[in-house]
Design a protein around this ligand. Structure first.
Ligand code: UT7
Length: 333
């Protein structure tokens, strides 16, 4: 039997962020911190915070609608929706099902994928398989988060870092030589305790004690994650390039997970890439977990930086621990 392996690429991108901006100065009124500390240690100047009336699914739906229009298709053409998120509207049903209803993608299957800040890169690789094998034509991958709902606004170690947003792409078959050239996905569950929300799942259902102990909020061992991130970002970029038989000299743009400017700079130095090849938007949005990479990608493409034929490397890392990378030759009709 002949194998069906089709080349798969991005044919449309979109994004959504809430209007409400929280500046570093705003945070100095909530916790003991300063604009100088946050800017110099993280590169973040401001982040977005969703209003009470909206949820992750609203940001995802908005980003998805933009990606669908930019792809030149309609919601009815979507065969599958994958939402990568650690802040689903509810534990179940999947946020992807809520998004399906909101955008009217009546012909789509839908499920959520949880790989924390690596979620979008994982989602790209998963979505690719359905098109490569001929099962589906159009797959919508969304990374969407409302981290402001799960950060501890009394914990200065974490509340300054995170923001809300969603980014989306439509995957479709592209001409040979374009699209995803290689993926690399990894996990190390021995680091599961380094970044987590301890309570609220089935292992520790909510009770008075979990609430008193503030266990429904993000807990992070910042320094350990920092060291892990610097190492795996460079390694994951190199590994995916090797798999695609490319070298770092071939890279036109690196779109890294936006967790900390210092992490990105250290990884870029290890890779020996010039700064103008790195897409950074952390200063205006903070760390949006699974939404960071697709939003940076959208802005770089919509802003005219990424163009047809460019070699684009995406690298994500985060809770799990998880990390992964993907390299594409950019396609544009
Ligand atoms: O998406 C993936 C998940 N997250 C990450 O990738 C985050 C990775 N980690 C980081 O980005 C950094 O570790 C942080 C930004 C979280 C922390 O930066 P750091 O340079 O590693 O600082 P630190 O944790 O070593 O803390 C240094 C000092 C401490 O004070 P003492 O003990 O030296 O007196 C902290 O208490 O800075 C203090 N500190 C703050 N001071 C002012 C911690 N947070 C703040 C704050 N404002 N917001």
């Amino acid at each position: 039997m002949k194998e069906i392996i089709k080349p798969v690429g991005i044919i449309g991108t979109g994004f959504a962020v809430p209007e409400n901006i929280i500046s570093n100065k705003d945070l100095t009124r909530i916790v003991d911190t300063s604009d100088e500390w946050i800017s110099s240690r993280t590169g973040i100047s401001e982040r977005r915070k969703i209003g009470a009336a909206n949820n992750t699914s609203d940001l995802c739906a908005q980003a998805a609608e933009m990606a669908i229009v930019n792809a030149g298709i309609t919601a009815l053409d979507i065969d599958l929706i994958i939402v990568a998120t650690v802040t689903p509207d509810m534990i179940f049903p999947a946020t992807a099902c809520i998004v399906q209803e909101k955008i009217g993608a009546k012909n789509a299957a839908a499920f959520d994928l949880e790989a924390a800040c690596s979620g979008f890169v994982y989602g790209m690789a998963v979505g690719q398989q359905f098109i490569a094998t001929g099962m589906y034509k159009n797959v919508l991958i969304i990374g969407g988060e409302t981290l402001s709902r799960v950060v501890d606004w009394q914990d200065r170690n974490t509340c300054i870092l995170f923001g809300d947003g969603a980014g989306a792409v439509v995957l479709q078959e592209v001409p040979s030589g374009y699209g995803i050239l290689a993926n690399y996905l990894r996990a190390d569950g021995s680091g599961a305790d380094l970044l987590k929300i301890p309570a609220g799942g089935a292992a520790k259902p909510p009770n008075e004690m979990t609430i008193t102990n503030r266990e429904h909020f993000i807990k992070m061992a910042g320094n350990d994650i920092y060291k892990f991130a610097v190492k795996v970002m460079g390694d994951a970029a190199m590994e995916v390039l090797t798999r695609a038989q490319l070298t770092k000299e071939d890279v036109d743009f690196l779109v890294p997970h936006q967790a900390n400017t210092r992490i990105i700079e250290a990884a870029v130095k290890r890779l020996g890439l010039s700064e103008d090849k790195v897409i950074i938007n952390i200063h205006k949005y903070g760390n949006m977990s699974s939404a960071s990479i697709p939003i940076a990608l959208h802005e770089a493409f919509a802003g005219g930086r990424i163009k047809k034929d460019d070699i684009v490397v995406m690298v994500g890392f985060g809770g799990g621990l998880t990390w992964g990378s993907s390299v594409l030759r950019w396609f544009e009709k």
